[in-house]
Design a protein around this ligand. Structure first.
Ligand SMILES: [Zn+2]
Length: 496
């Protein structure tokens, strides 16, 4: 991106339009905003930004109920460095978890990630790994969810600035970058400063989503004045995705600090962006019961006399479609009728739309009903997913905490029951085959996980319900026994 301000182009090429007299009302608004932030010249000569502070980042799709507040990490030592001239940025922050993760992951360590043009990377240990093209596109847009960034983009001659309009007490304008990414800038009628930037993104569970960043607490920040320009920038940034707040930072900024070389590590740049691959490993648990495993999220398949039942449609559309395909290959003469959804967390509900597109009936706790009705109805135009390509109505069987749901015929009975008092997710379901004494569960007990904070609740539920479990088929980790669960509970009780 060339950062030559438009007014200079206008002056040198068109002669008729001098700097400060913008060619269109839209460009005039951008110039006025730059003036309000500290001067058109100062803003257009600013090529880098350093933002420091603290705040919170939230875990989307990991709340206890679909519409509950999101769990969050407390963030300290937040440091964002942006090099607008080269379209590079790097973010580092210390995250401390404020919630039980269930997986025993280590948090509190420094998290560092960045973008260099179209290369996104995540630092891990001493090295870094390349992130997907989708992550890179989202991070590219993120660079302009910032008053300085969006004004520089608006001033850039390769951008298109159009559609000036009033929005309440604000003036609103659209800015389309040379790569086609579209932003909307909202400018406060009171201060003339940016109040909000929005752009669109695609989320596999939520479909087309708006990401908006709100700015407030503007103050003069940055250099010492004189040669070192001071700009008026916000202290507070709040970013919302759809109706969820996903981050909130309280910051100070410097526009004169040297951000150094923010280019991606050469070994990361040398490899192509990762492509999602799906592998399904079929593992027979007992006659007519399989685990469709592979990678981090497993499903299970149960054979009945005339039909098949799948437990879980996790992780992604691609994974769920592959799992459904392998279920149908195992028993091509029987129809795959139900999918049991253990809970609404996004990694366990990412395949729900795909399952609906394949005509499966969703069995879930009733606490998720309206959320799934909404999920199935949402627009997926940015990426046309399986359900968009093959629209099918939602058929949903709701399980309540009081009444277990049973799927039964002459050959087999499957009980679907609520895990009562589960702190990981309200309306968590587990599935039990009483005759075979096999329990299917997820996120309560994941063998080989570093910690098992929810295992005790699972064990209590098994005992309270008088389930005579022998085998546990977890949808994370390896197949285990009731004794394994009991020792995990003991270990957890002894943990400091
Ligand atoms: Zn979960």
């Amino acid at each position: 991106m060339r950062r030559r301000p438009r007014c200079l182009i206008a002056f040198s090429v068109l002669f008729t339009v001098a700097c400060g007299g913008a060619a269109t009302p839209e460009l005039q608004l951008i110039e006025d905003v730059a003036e309000a932030m500290g001067g058109l010249r100062s803003v257009s000569q600013t090529a880098a930004l350093t933002v420091e502070g603290q705040g919170r980042t939230f875990r989307l799709g990991q709340n206890t109920r679909p519409r509950a507040d999101l769990p969050y990490y407390q963030v300290e030592n937040y440091l964002l460095q942006v090099d607008y001239a080269n379209q590079r940025w790097r973010l580092g922050q210390d995250r401390t978890t404020t919630f039980l993760t269930g997986g025993g992951q280590l948090y509190g360590a420094r998290q560092t990630y960045g973008l260099d043009g179209d290369v996104a990377y995540d630092e891990q240990g001493d090295g870094a790994v390349r992130a997907s093209e989708k992550v890179a596109a989202d991070r590219w847009a993120e660079m302009y969810h910032n008053p300085l960034g969006i004004v520089l983009l608006g001033l850039d001659e390769t951008s298109t600035v159009s559609n000036l309009r009033e929005g309440g007490a604000e003036r609103v304008v659209d800015i389309v970058a040379a790569n086609g990414t579209q932003f909307t800038l909202h400018v406060s009628g009171d201060t003339g400063l940016p109040s909000k930037v929005t752009s669109s993104s695609y989320h596999p569970n939520l479909g087309d989503v708006t990401i908006e960043t709100l700015f407030d607490g503007y103050q003069e920040m940055g250099g010492l004045g004189g040669f070192q320009a001071r700009l008026t920038l916000p202290r507070n940034y709040t970013t919302n995705l759809d109706r969820f707040t996903i981050s909130r930072y309280s910051t100070t900024a410097d526009t004169n600090a040297d951000v150094g070389d923010l280019s991606a590590p050469p070994d990361v740049r040398a490899v192509p962006p990762p492509m999602a691959t799906v592998t399904v490993d079929v593992e027979e648990v007992t006659d007519g019961v399989w685990r469709l495993a592979g990678q981090s999220h497993h499903s299970a398949l149960l054979e009945f006399e005339d039909f098949l039942v799948l437990v879980e449609a996790p992780q992604s559309e691609a994974r769920t479609l592959a799992v459904i395909e392998s279920a149908r290959e195992l028993r091509p003469d029987k129809s795959l009728r139900y999918v049991i959804n253990t809970h609404h967390h996004f990694d366990h509900s990412a395949g729900i739309r795909a399952a609906v597109s394949e005509g499966l009936t969703i069995v879930t706790h009733r606490t998720n009903r309206s959320f799934y009705e909404d999920m199935v109805a949402r627009r997926h135009s940015i990426v046309q997913d399986a359900l968009t390509r093959n629209a099918q109505p939602l058929t949903l069987e709701a399980v309540s905490s009081e009444e277990p749901f049973e799927i039964t015929d002459g050959t087999r009975t499957l009980q679907i029951v609520t895990v009562v008092d589960d702190l990981h997710s309200d309306g968590m379901l587990m599935a039990y085959l009483p005759r075979e004494r096999i329990l299917f569960e997820v996120d309560a007990f994941s063998p080989s996980a570093a910690a098992s904070p929810f295992a005790e609740t699972l064990l209590r539920n098994i005992e309270d319900r008088g389930l005579r479990v022998e085998t546990i088929v977890p949808l994370h980790g390896a197949i285990a026994t009731l004794e394994d669960l009991e020792s995990a509970v003991e270990q957890e009780a002894q943990a400091p």
